[in-house]
Design a protein around this ligand. Structure first.
Ligand code: SAH
Length: 376
């Protein structure tokens, strides 16, 4: 038990999701298959079925003897996600999916197709424990951590839709994965790292998506950021800053009471030093709360204090969430904020906010189990 007053990021104890191929390293998969009394290379066949063929029916594993198919599928390919509903906008190019997990918990993912790129935004926890007041997910609290398999399976599902031409624009593939759905990825470190490994491992061990096209977003859990730095991977790190001063950030991102702005920015800079990957700073622009020109100046100064060319800023116009009195900044105020940052030499691009109409934009993912009856 944590001492009184100490912050804890541990998820409540719950039954574990069934073990899945995507939870395991290739060596572990071979061990499981051997324990079933099958030849180890069968593990590679199952991996090929799942990661390369994106198969969802074990009977399609025609290179595996009939008798072994069901046994292997039972041990390595349990169903993890049941679609509860799909919501689409942008003529189908943006698709939010509500998924039910094995224990009834629900999570959401959002697929966004752009010309020449498809981004899948995945959840890493059912709910979130970070309690940021402007984010709908934060308001519902944390239900539990997701397993690596549950995280990866969201991407595999999207890859299937695209391969089968179910997303307008013709057959395609997932090019980018962002850990920007429900949850705080770095509070579920082990599963998220496992998922990153599976997503980026070359087929058939994994999905073969380039590390440079995978983004992990965090509120700034410094110890976990440093752990990620030490992994020396090439994934992109995004930091949800939202305020350059502790006084305001303490209220917008409550974990700031533990890791202050300076500590979080230092950790982001260390990530850049170790990986050479430019860090993204996310900044939801909230009218009259954090959108002042002086805050843009302070942010520019704090970033430049730590060097040049290591960071860029993504202002995000605040998306509406139920019960919140906050709204997005005035367009002129947003423009000034961006200009000030650019005047400091900070590359700055306003994030487009896809999916607002389906409550699928940043900060709007918040299904509660009770509101998700019915089939797909
Ligand atoms: N917990 C991680 C991953 C979620 S990413 C993180 O916070 O980084 C979701 C992004 O959307 C975060 O940058 C979050 O701060 C931002 N966000 C949350 N609520 C929002 C809202 N109402 N409008 C715009 N952005 C929001």
């Amino acid at each position: 038990m944590p001492a009184a007053g100490e912050l804890t990021f541990a998820a409540p104890r719950r039954a574990k999701p069934p073990r899945h191929l995507a939870d395991l390293t290739p060596a572990q998969r071979r061990d499981v298959v051997s324990e079933l009394g099958e030849r180890p290379f069968r593990a590679d066949q199952v991996s090929t079925h799942y990661f390369s063929h994106l198969g969802d029916d074990a009977q399609q594993m025609t290179d595996v003897p009939q008798a072994a198919r069901s046994r292997l599928a039972e041990a390595l390919l349990p169903p993890l996600l049941t679609p509860v509903r799909h919501l689409e906008t942008d003529g189908g190019a943006t698709r939010k999916t509500v998924w039910r997990l094995f224990d009834g918990a629900t999570v959401e993912s959002v697929l966004m197709r752009y010309p020449g790129r498809v981004t899948m935004c995945v959840s890493s926890q059912a709910g979130c424990g970070m309690n940021c007041p402007f984010c709908a997910t934060g308001q519902a609290g944390l239900t539990r951590n997701m397993s690596a398999g549950e995280i990866v399976d969201q991407v595999v599902a999207a890859a299937r839709w695209l391969r089968r031409g179910e997303v307008p624009g013709g057959p395609g593939r997932v090019s980018n994965v962002v850990f920007m759905g429900m949850g705080e990825p770095l509070a579920n470190y082990k599963a998220v790292l496992g998922a990153v490994r599976r997503i980026t491992a070359p087929t058939p061990d994994g999905l073969g998506i380039s590390q440079r096209h995978v983004t992990v977003s965090t509120v700034g859990l410094v110890s976990a950021m440093d752990k990620l730095t030490a992994e020396g991977r090439g994934v992109r790190l995004a930091l949800s800053l939202h305020a350059p001063d502790d006084e305001l950030r303490d209220s917008l991102v409550p974990v700031n009471t533990r890791w202050k702005v300076a500590a979080v920015l230092d950790a982001a800079r260390r990530y850049f030093d170790a990986t050479g990957r430019r860090v993204s700073i996310e900044y939801a622009l909230i009218r009259d709360i954090n959108d002042h020109a002086w805050r843009a100046d302070l942010l520019g100064t704090e970033l430049n204090r730590r060097g040049r060319g290591w960071v860029h800023v993504n202002p995000i116009p605040l998306n509406p969430t139920p019960g919140s009195r906050w709204t997005a900044s005035e367009p002129a105020v947003e423009r000034t904020f961006v200009e000030r940052l650019r005047a400091h030499g900070i590359p700055t691009t306003v994030r487009d906010t896809r999916g607002r109409e389906i409550d699928g934009a940043c900060g709007q993912l918040a299904t509660v189990t009770a509101e998700a009856p019915g089939g797909p």
